[in-house]
Design a binder for this molecule. Structure first.
Ligand code: IVH
Length: 720
């Protein structure tokens, strides 16, 4: 869902930087308070400091302003005043309350700092039990859920559902009496939970006072407390630096933080929350549908998940599942699935519950990203630059939607830190398309007389050359260079890969065979391969051989940045390759450059510059480059004028699919002309290029009035 327009520069949310305004309880910059003129809104809060005014009148005025700004910031994601102004008002209120303690109210915004510790939590009996949800793991199960509902309702037509992310945190209940927050509780066993009122109060996203006179006199809302990913990572890093234990995952971190006996501890944690429904309500009237209720709750001051959506049928639910699955890795918080709820509350009541779960809702879970398995072996893989990576060979396990039998241990330092040994039971994580990794060992399951920690081999397991680890570097390398078959294979795999020369149909297994038969030693040998010879490879017919020959020929037409990237020079990624191409314009100019000259390229440091110069200075590399060029690899000459950039200073955001060029190609075209590509739309974006199925970025561009280019307009711009 598109975000509301921002009137002032966005400040970091709880997910980004909890120590600033998002946690108003944390002390603010005292200097900020000295600049009342910093306000951007002359109507609100611009009044001069308390001096001379009746504190009994000023205190409620300040509370109202602070609550309003807090609401705009957290619930609406649309800040109204700069942080400094908020801090100034908070300081003023603190001053009044310090001087006149009788004016302090329990729900004053100053009271979020965290009260004194308690010996134990009291218990709270939920007036309506807090239930859990049934889970579905497949589309069939979801369709079955919908079929059961329609059967019960004796209805053919589709059911309308509210679809929401399933937040991976801790459920809580919050009770408001006459609009004031009075009690907060954990779910507990569903019947009784723990009284965490003081802890919940410290979470800035929870309103302490509701923003309407029309709220039911007794209103219970329910939702999920969670720790946003950025906050989780930062918190863990700080905990480790202090020699404390890190939390295993954001959910544990949220649960551990909310259930602290000292509310000041909770106050120091970057917690956030969303409300996803109501509990017990007395008096007043609420809407007839769930989604409408959420909208009303939002108006009253609650923070509602912006990804919630109403869909017209179960098909819409399944579409939503895929949308959220794709968006999952970009969300600032962890979700473990989506929830579908019958939108009509009368229908919900009619459907009722079965044991501990409602019949009108279901959680459609994403494939688990973590799973347990055992380590069969630990081996060392040799990469393109000779780097030795310890890899755990695993008892195959289904995780993140695929069967995984290998997981990286990154390097010796990681292996030692995690203390992973053969026979260990380990947690494996595979998120999105990221390489599976070993997260941690379960020490309690370690076999009693299992083997010791694997040591770094002194010799390369592939070619037997010595392995060296320079200084205190984490990476150990095989010194064999191209005499090592593993390095040869990896060099060619990199050369042929999608972002390099993109040789279609030349997969890893094929490259292994080509190197093992010694038909190919270096990338230059690829261009001498003939279909007749290729056809003799294992499981390779004449047709595939011919196709591959054509693909190799086609790959000769490339671009200079791709060619430079494909060479596999150490530390030269795509961005550096592009920078080198733009700066030097030709491969000859780059080859002739000294390290000092290379270092003049923007963003190229001394190490990379030395690597580049060393690469071209090596006789074998020079011969390979000569042969590659002689084999007919070409690219359009870089127009120096174009390269220096008619799009200089322009920022683009790409969204949707373009018919005539890939996203990489579009990005390269923009960069070649001096422009920049950014991942998110802001007022500073110059153009949003919208292909088909453009999503929220297009809506955001329209909202912010950023110029939108369709594919044709974009291509025209590139030609200019
Ligand atoms: S509705 C009777 N909505 O999932 C309905 N729950 O397995 C109960 N959860 O305890 C909850 N996101 O902690 C609902 N959008 C969402 C949710 C959600 C996460 C959690 C909640 C609940 C558990 C049920």
């Amino acid at each position: 869902m598109a975000k509301a327009k921002k009137k002032v520069p966005a400040r970091p949310k709880a997910s980004a930087k909890p120590e600033t305004r998002s946690n108003p309880k944390v002390s603010s910059d005292p200097k900020a308070g000295a600049k009342p003129e910093a306000t951007s809104n002359p109507k609100a809060g611009a009044k001069p400091a308390a001096a001379g005014r009746d504190p009994a009148a000023r205190a409620p005025e300040l509370r109202e302003l602070l609550e309003r700004y807090n609401y705009r910031y957290h619930a609406l994601d649309d800040p109204e005043v700069p942080d400094a102004e908020y801090d100034r008002l908070m300081l003023e209120l603190r001053g009044i309350e310090a001087e006149h303690p009788q004016l302090v109210t329990p729900n004053s915004p100053t009271q979020r700092v965290g009260a004194a510790p308690v010996a134990a939590f009291g218990t709270v009996r939920h007036r309506i039990p807090m239930l859990s949800l049934d889970n579905a793991f497949s589309e069939e199960e979801v369709r079955e859920f919908d079929r059961r509902i329609r059967e019960r309702l004796e209805q053919e037509r589709p059911v309308r559902y509210a679809a929401e992310p399933k937040l991976d945190g801790l459920a809580f209940s919050a009770v408001y009496e006459n609009g004031e927050f009075t009690q907060g509780a954990t779910r507990g066993d569903g019947e009784t939970g723990e009284d965490v009122t003081l802890n919940l109060k410290t979470i800035a996203a929870l309103p302490l006072k509701l923003r309407s006179a029309d709220v039911p006199p007794l209103l219970e809302v329910r939702g999920e407390v969670f720790m946003p990913l950025a906050g989780f990572e930062r918190f863990n890093k700080q905990a480790l630096a202090r020699g404390e234990k890190a939390y295993v995952n954001p959910r544990n971190a949220a649960a551990g933080s909310l259930r602290q006996l000292d509310p000041r501890m909770t106050a120091s944690r970057p917690l956030d929350l969303f409300i996803y429904g109501t509990g017990y309500v007395e008096g007043g009237t609420l809407p007839t549908h769930h989604a409408q209720t959420l909208q009303l709750l939002r108006q009253w001051g609650f923070k509602i998940c912006p990804q919630s959506k109403v869909v017209e049928s179960i098909e819409g639910c399944l579409e939503y599942y895929h949308e959220m699955g794709a968006a999952r890795s970009t969300l600032p918080y962890q979700i473990d699935g989506v929830v579908y709820k019958v939108d009509d509350l009368d229908v919900q009541r009619h459907l009722g519950f079965v044991s501990r779960a409602p019949r009108w809702a279901i959680a459609h879970k994403f494939p688990a990203e973590e799973a347990l398995t055992t380590v069969r072996e630990i081996e060392f893989q040799v990469g393109r630059t000779g780097a030795l990576t310890p890899v755990a060979r695993l008892e195959p396990v289904f995780v993140g939607g695929v069967t995984v039998s290998n997981a990286t241990l990154h390097n010796m330092d990681e292996l030692t830190r995690k203390d992973v040994r053969v026979g260990d039971t380990v947690v494996i994580r595979r998120a999105g398309d990221v390489i599976p990794e070993v997260v941690r060992v379960l020490p309690e399951r370690r076999p009693v007389d299992g083997p010791a920690l694997v040591e770094l081999p002194a010799k390369c397991p592939v070619c037997g050359s010595p392995v060296v680890r320079e200084g205190d570097q984490a990476i150990a390398r095989c010194t064999g260079g191209r005499t090592c078959a593993a390095q040869r294979k990896e060099e060619i795999k990199h050369f042929a890969s999608r972002r390099a020369l993109d040789i279609q149909g030349l997969g890893d297994k094929l490259i292994d065979q080509l190197v093992e038969r010694d038909w190919v030693r270096t990338p230059a040998d690829l261009f001498g391969l003939e279909a007749s010879r290729l056809a003799t490879l294992d499981r390779f017919g004449e047709k595939s051989a011919q196709k591959l020959e054509v693909a190799i020929e086609a790959a000769k037409r490339t671009s200079l940045p791709r060619f430079l990237y494909a060479l596999g020079i150490r530390d030269v990624g795509e961005a550096t390759a592009l920078g080198l191409a733009q700066y030097f314009g030709t491969v000859e100019a780059l080859r002739a450059a000294t390290a000092e000259e290379v270092q003049r390229v923007p963003d190229v440091g001394p190490v990379v510059a030395r690597n580049v110069a060393a690469y071209f200075g090596d006789a074998e590399n020079a011969e390979i480059v000569d042969r590659l060029l002689a084999s007919g690899i070409t690219w359009p000459a870089l127009d120096k004028n174009a390269a220096s950039g008619e799009l200089t200073g322009k920022t683009f955001v790409l969204t949707g699919t373009l018919a005539s060029l890939t996203r990489d190609a579009a990005q390269e075209a923009i960069a070649l002309r001096g422009g920049k590509v950014s991942g998110s739309v802001s007022k500073k974006t110059h153009y949003v290029v919208a292909g088909t199925e453009a999503g929220s970025k297009l809506r955001k561009a329209e909202e912010l009035g950023v110029e939108v280019l369709d594919e044709a307009a974009f291509l025209t711009l590139l030609k200019q």
